[in-house]
Design a protein around this ligand. Structure first.
Ligand code: ZN
Length: 151
């Protein structure tokens, strides 16, 4: 069972089954939302995902033209997970909110053109070297995720 929650403990979530895929997102929206250089994300099946406690919602139109919905806890400010409109069957858990972040195994990075100078994308063990999707392929995001999940 995958479990996690916010800093103050008011929101808890759990997900059955195995993570579908892990990635690191360096898009500008994730950078701004998190105040960081990028966000590690673990994707799980929405049907198996349950939340207790109330989250705030930030809905921003992403590169696909659809809303990227980020859930956070207003009291403590923790960014918790996302429910992207382009891929309604998944939940994107932000890895820092997991009870055990060591279960995160990133398979690829995306939007690497906007990695700030001095930031190493290789800080992730298990991150496969090789070509990363250019920003122009942002609209392929759900397709790419589904390809990864199918493997
Ligand atoms: Zn992003």
């Amino acid at each position: 069972m995958i479990t996690g929650g916010c800093l103050c403990g008011a929101v808890r979530y759990q997900s059955g089954g195995q993570p579908l895929v892990g990635l690191r997102c360096y898009c500008r929206d994730c950078q701004r939302a998190s105040g960081s250089t990028g966000v590690p994300v673990m994707i799980v099946d929405k049907k198996q995902f349950k939340v207790t406690g109330k989250t705030g919602i930030s809905a921003v139109t992403g590169g696909s033209g659809r809303k990227a919905i980020r859930h956070f806890r207003p009291d403590c400010g923790s960014l918790l997970f996302g429910t992207p409109e382009v891929a309604p069957e998944i939940v994107t858990i932000y890895v820092g909110s997991l009870d055990d972040p060591s279960i995160f195994k990133p398979a690829f990075a995306q939007f690497t053109r906007t990695v700030p100078p001095g930031t190493s994308v290789a800080i992730c063990r298990n991150l496969k070297p090789g070509p990363h999707p250019p920003d122009s392929q942002a609209e392929r995001y759900p397709t790419r995720i589904r390809e990864m999940i199918a493997r």
